[in-house]
Design a binder for this molecule. Structure first.
Ligand code: DX5
Ligand code: ZN
Length: 211
């Protein structure tokens, strides 16, 4: 069984409170933060996360698709994130990011974009709590799943055997590919359009989870 992290990016932002409630059956809430530099799109910042924090008991999984996360980890931690994920491709020192995230009592995650090899994760395997394999180029929801992600997931799954690390996949996850992703070794799936595009969110979450 995989855990599910609905990506708020695909929600109706004019009705955030209800949208958040509608995914209560999930384990996590995935919060995509984009800065217009690391990715060619802009989304939410700490204020939105802090406003929605009191309306959800889900574990907040904040995905920082930004350059220089060191500058912004503190406000995202204080806004109520539980996991904070930085990208391997951004310019700041990853170990420093991990330490800073932990200094606020939060769990550090590391994400790799489609062109980044799994070897980029190796130096950090003893100090991260989540790995996010991007199965689309970061920046937008609703993109097509990149098939080569399966091989990366299989390799990482072997690399982290026995370690307490969530292996998550982000981008283009749907009802068709989720079981194959689970077989490849993911323990958590991020899903935007598949959850928020489904009339019955609870049902979508259950299908993704494999119930
Ligand atoms: C893409 C984001 C994803 C996105 C996933 O840059 O990191 O979290 O919201 O959306 P779907 O599930 O629609 O591909
Ligand atoms: Zn994401």
């Amino acid at each position: 069984m995989v855990q599910v992290s609905p990506s708020l990016l695909a929600a109706d932002f004019s009705n955030l409170r209800e949208e958040i409630k509608s995914v209560n059956a999930a384990e996590f809430l995935h919060l995509d933060v984009m800065d217009g530099h690391f990715v060619p799109n802009l989304t939410i910042g700490p204020c939105v996360i802090s406003s929605i924090r009191s309306h959800s008991d889900l574990v907040f999984d904040t995905h920082l698709m930004i350059d220089n996360p060191l500058k912004y980890i503190e406000p995202f931690a204080k806004a109520g994130s539980d996991y904070i994920t930085v990208h391997a491709e951004q310019p700041d020192d990853i170990t420093e990011c991990i330490r800073l995230i932990e200094s606020f009592g939060k769990k550090p995650g590391l994400a790799i974009s489609p062109d980044t090899p799994v070897s980029a994760l190796i130096p950090y395997l003893d100090c991260i709590s989540m790995i996010t394999v991007m199965s689309v180029y970061p920046g937008f929801g609703g993109q097509k799943f990149i098939e080569s992600s399966y091989e990366k997931i299989k390799k990482i799954s072997t690399m982290i055997t026995g370690k307490n690390i969530l292996l998550s996949v982000d981008g283009g996850v749907d009802f068709q590919n989720v079981r194959k992703l689970e077989e490849a070794g993911v323990t958590m799936v991020v899903a935007g359009s598949t959850v928020f595009g489904h009339e019955n969110r609870e049902e979508a979450i259950r299908i993704l989870r494999g119930e």
